[in-house]
Design a protein around this ligand. Structure first.
Ligand code: NAP
Length: 527
């Protein structure tokens, strides 16, 4: 049952007077449950409890934390159909997507549990003492990664499970040893409450300290901003728009003690269509890209919103085929009327720019909150001169840029802002002729794809999900995959520390059996 209350650690709390409801975009009506926004007192209580829990939680073994993460996965699964129905009613997304995203969320939690069980992620590094070294003796130095403290997590509207309450940021922060306070997304607060209750059930079952997790409701930006400003918060994980991510990043930088906001933001994910590929497989490319642009009603951060090619008859044919294919696809529902309105507003801004041609625009009426897909075209000169055309239109929209030649194509890529992904569609023989274009693209993105689509992000250690600003605020880290844990830790050295007081990861006899670097050599051996 949904209470609409905040979770301050293991306690329900609803001291505020500000309430709100979520919205069912398929039925175009408000959902029934009433949520109470967190007050300043509740924000402070959650952060203080997290700070106290940190003292206990950080010292709990990796094996016990792994038990906690696995238990969260089990409890989420145990929510069964209630969770799936709630997800659908608050997002308008179909049941199959809800089930798939639940699987991904559970998979992420379990993969971090595996990382903890194996244990080598702490990067234990030991340089043994050299008491006889001349002219100065060398100390015994031992370094490992340790957690930084309470982390605030903001989820995105378009992933109510995998990038939200128990999503990748929460899973990686809890794995690292940091307590988490989630700023619940106002569009899916019911889904958030169910998942929060699963996390807290798991915390109690596995003996985790009260305050290791809290979930706070809000219908506006105030609760999030107060959390980011709170002196006991040590880092922030954000997934959402550029506007939101940058505002929180700036706020965190202005604190007396500045903290890092790891913000994963929007992207247009350029796709470079090299000439031979367009010529030899234009038709199948058009089908594939019509599907990718409209997948999830275009509401993916990896949506291919920008296609770049060199003017030719083949490119004109491709644009026609893409337009024909995209108009065959039935429009689908967006996550919320506000997102639908913003899509229409941003699309209208884009198509009203000088030099834009509309190649496809779904013509018929649709149900409320359903998005009409659109493809536009523009020439390279116009695109280069107008940065408004470079911005993300979150939804089923793409622009095809027709460049004069390969030099202009390279210039266009060099002018782009940082992106999550870049894709090269090429004939196997032609890619080597375009090394400058490949290199320019590599410099703008976090992940490069050959003859594929950027949508559909695999969760595995080699995945990089992030990219140069403004795709994310720190391109050195990924938000997906095992290495996401590194955002919540800091390296820490012990110098000549009493052996019996060292953490297990750094003890001589390597009781955890992890891989360590000892005097420059990677080894699982003990000293
Ligand atoms: P959003 O509007 O930025 O909201 C994300 C969260 O941030 C919400 O909880 C929102 O709270 C909060 N927020 C926004 N502006 C804020 C501010 N100035 N101060 C404090 N809190 C603020 O984004 P969304 O609609 O949920 O998601 C769509 C966007 O996310 C798209 O641009 C998409 O590309 C991007 N996205 C990126 C990734 C990635 O991995 N890079 C993944 C998914 C989505 P309120 O709603 O209460 O304002």
């Amino acid at each position: 049952m949904i209470t609409g209350k905040n979770h301050i650690g293991n306690q329900y709390s609803a001291k505020g007077t500000q309430t709100y409801k979520t919205f069912n975009p398929q039925l175009n009506i408000e959902n029934e449950s009433v949520f109470t926004e967190a007050t300043q007192e509740e924000i402070d209580a959650a952060v203080t409890l997290a700070s106290e829990a940190f003292e206990v939680y950080r010292a709990i073994s990796g094996a016990k934390k792994a038990e906690f993460l696995n238990s969260i996965a089990d409890e989420i699964l145990a929510l069964g159909d209630t969770l799936i129905q709630m997800y659908c009613s608050e997002s308008g997304l179909p049941e199959g997507r809800a089930i798939g995203e639940r699987g991904r969320t559970i998979g992420q939690l379990k993969s971090f549990a595996n990382v903890l069980t194996e244990g080598s992620w702490v990067e234990a590094t030991i340089d043994t003492a050299q008491p006889d070294r001349e002219p100065m003796p060398k100390s015994d130095l031992r370094k490992m990664l340790i957690p930084i403290g309470p982390v605030v997590v903001f989820g995105a509207s378009n992933f109510p499970l995998a990038f939200s309450t128990a999503g990748g940021d929460t899973a990686s922060a809890l794995a690292s040893g940091c307590p988490v306070i989630v700023k619940s997304h106002p569009m899916h607060s019911g889904t958030g409450e169910l998942v929060a209750s699963a996390i807290l059930k798991a915390a109690v079952k596995t003996g985790m300290p009260n305050g290791v997790f809290s979930n706070l409701n809000s219908s506006g930006i105030d609760v999030g901003q107060e959390l980011v400003k709170h002196p006991k918060v040590k880092a922030v994980g954000f997934t959402g728009s550029y506007k939101g991510g940058k505002a929180l990043f700036d706020l965190a930088a202005q604190r007396d003690e500045p903290i890092t906001v790891f913000a994963e933001m929007g992207s247009v994910n350029p796709v470079v269509l090299l000439p031979k590929a367009v010529e030899s497989k234009g038709e199948s490319l058009a089908k594939t890209y019509a599907g990718s642009i409209t997948l999830g009603t275009g509401q993916f951060c990896t949506n291919p919103g920008l296609l770049l090619g060199i003017k030719s008859d083949a490119l004109s044919n491709f644009i026609q085929q893409l337009s024909d294919e995209i108009l065959k696809i039935e429009p689908s529902c967006m996550l919320h009327p506000n997102i639908h309105d913003t899509y229409n507003k941003n699309k209208n801004t884009a198509i009203s720019q000088n030099g834009i041609n509309i190649s496809a625009d779904y013509p018929s009426d649709t149900k409320p909150n359903y998005a009409k897909q659109t493809v536009t075209t523009v020439d390279g000169d116009t695109f280069l001169k107008n940065v408004a055309l470079h911005q993300e239109v979150f939804g089923p929209y793409a622009i095809v840029v027709q460049c004069e030649n390969d030099r202009q194509l390279e210039e266009v890529i060099l002018k782009l802002e940082g992106q999550l992904t870049g894709t090269i569609m090429a004939d196997a023989t032609e890619i080597s002729k375009y090394s400058k274009i490949v290199s320019a693209l590599q410099n703008r993105v976090g992940r490069i794809i050959f003859n594929g689509v950027p949508t559909g992000v695999e969760v595995c250690p080699s995945m990089m999900h992030g990219g140069p600003f403004p795709a994310s605020t720190d391109s050195r880290f990924t938000a997906i995959g095992a290495h996401a844990i590194k955002r919540w830790v800091r390296p820490f050295s012990y110098q000549d520390w009493p052996k019996q007081l060292l953490p297990d990861a750094l003890k001589d006899d390597n009781p955890l059996g992890i891989i360590r670097n000892i005097d420059g050599i990677q080894t699982q051996k003990h000293l």
